[in-house]
Every structure is written in C-alpha cells, then in structure tokens.
Design a protein around this ligand. Sequence first.
Ligand code: DX5
Ligand code: ZN
Length: 227
Amino acid sequence: MSFDRSLKIAPSILSADFANFGAEIQAVEAKGADWIHVDVMDGHFVPNITFGPATCAAIRPHIKTVMDVHLMIAPVDPYIEAFAAAGADFITAHVEAGPHIHRTLQAIRATGAKAGLALNPGTPAEAVAPLLDMVDMVCVMTVNPGFGGQKFIHSCVDKVRTLRSLIGDREIHIEIDGGVDPTTAPLVRAAGADVLVAGSAVFRGGSVSNPAPYGENIRAIRASVPS
Ligand code: DX5
Ligand code: ZN
C-alpha cells in the first residue's frame, strides 16, 4: 500500500474538558477524528503546564485511533521511555528543545514509537534537512507553542511548501499545529500538509453532553479542503 497522504484531522485535547478526557476522546472519535493530539507542556520550554506520562497512560485506553503526543518540554530525552510506555504512537520533540535532536530522534525510534520533529514559527524548514531519514513526521507550528486559540501565522505556509519539496518521496507526514480552522486548512493542505491538528476549531460549541458540534466542526474543516 502506498504511503497515506490523505487528510487526517487530529483534535487537540488541550481544548477539551480536562476533568473528562476519556469521554471527550470517545466523543470526538465518534464524530470523525482521525487521530488524537496530546499536548504536553512543562512551563519551561513553553510558558504553560499541562500534564505528563501518567495522564497519557490513563487516557490511552480511550483512544481507538492514533495517539499523537506533542512534547513541548526541555529536556526531552529523560522522558521518552515514559511516554512510549504510556502508549504513544507518535512522539514529537522540538528541534529547538536541546542541542542533540539527532540523539532524541534515535531514542524515540528505539522505543518503537514513530518519531516526529516540530518546528517553531521562527525556525526555517531547512533545519530538518539533516534529519529527514530519522523522522516519520514533521510538525510545523503555525502559532508559538503554549496555548490553544491563537491566531494562525500566515508566513508559515511557505515553510510547509519548502518542507514538502525537501521531503520528496520519503514516507514522512507533514502536520500543522496551531490556528487551523476552515479558513486556514485549505492553505496548508494545498502547501502539502496531511495531518491537521485543531483544538479550539473542533471543541468550540460542544461538550460531552452535547457532542454534535464536534461533528459539525470536523466536517467543516474537512469540507474546506479540496479532496
Ligand atoms: C499549541 C498546541 C496546539 C494547540 C492548538 O501549543 O501545540 O496543539 O492545542 O490549538 P488551536 O487549534 O486552538 O490553535
Ligand atoms: Zn500540539
């Protein structure tokens, strides 16, 4: 089978009810989510704190699709085993998180998880060039990481295009994270992205007891993107 570059929508549970992750995950999956994006923040690499491996392990049984763990932490290496043991399918680290990203990617792959590499808005696409044979996904941040609900940074779209041509035929996903909604999704899809993370644009207006808006929001993002 050829590599799957079809559109995948990955709701970020950063915008879900933190007291109800299991039910929130089941609700968005029932309403059409392809992956579940899990934002781990340490209050050091980014100016916000979320949760760690214990929470990831607790929510894992509720995820039937793909558990996509985005580590916004520094250092990364001491915690890779714990996130892999928690059941992450993808573990993404930031190129800016330390001086030894090559080692970090090796360590992620050694656990059996797929390795993702995230780029902040200020980091050029070329930063991934020496690492392309070690990654399964590149995550282009289209906001500065730390918070949901921020405005999409349009100058990042060119970076996605550059990255797509650097990747060529390699089996590497391009993920977009930050400010994705029906107005920005078509721009990044046209530039070559296949995984679209969306927090506020999926969870807005809905809840576990009223999940219909989750489905409408996911369908609106999908419908905005030419197939
Ligand atoms: C930001 C996180 C994102 C965030 C996206 O630091 O990595 O995953 O939840 O949220 P929205 O879609 O609301 O920009
Ligand atoms: Zn994220």
